[in-house]
Write a new protein. Structure first.
Length: 152
């Protein structure tokens, strides 16, 4: 099954690529590598505000990270000239989790995006990653994720 068939089977429609809200671009390409800027979790078109371990559960955070993954796939599609089949592999994911000082399940929140990438891209979606807890994120978002991929 191809990538677009997988998206359809998962009932995922990729959104329009987000517009930068500051002085940056959504992605930059160097050679065959493409670097996607950090994407924040959104709910109903607005920043998904919350802090893990304070007013959000790990499962809610994982759902938010999955939502970020869908936005990342839309940007990756744009970076690949409109064709996700050109993605050779996802190389690295970096996840920032807005969390209380004693929260320690950042890795479980980040599974939301990691699992989605493998569901959609198969072996091409398997990646190295880092997950960090941070005191705050732009607009109070609960999760921000950036991604590095290699294109064919």
């Amino acid at each position: 099954m191809g990538i677009y068939e997988k998206l359809q089977a998962l009932n995922i429609e990729l959104p329009a690529v987000a517009t930068p809200v500051a002085a940056y671009v959504m992605y930059a390409q160097s050679g065959k590598q493409v670097f996607l800027s950090g994407h924040i979790a959104k709910k109903d078109g607005k920043a998904w505000v919350g802090q893990l371990g304070k007013n959000m559960s790990t499962e809610e955070g994982k759902t938010a990270a999955r939502a970020v993954g869908i936005d990342l796939l839309a940007t990756l599609q744009a970076a690949a000239g409109g064709d996700l089949e050109r993605v050779k592999r996802v190389v690295k994911v970096l996840s920032l989790v807005n969390s209380a000082p004693d929260y320690t399940e950042h890795h479980l929140v980040t599974n939301g995006v990691s699992e989605l990438l493998v569901e959609v891209l198969g072996d091409k979606g398997v990646h190295a990653r880092s997950a960090f807890g941070v005191a705050q994120l732009p607009m109070g978002a609960c999760v921000e994720v950036e991604l590095i991929a290699e294109l064919e």
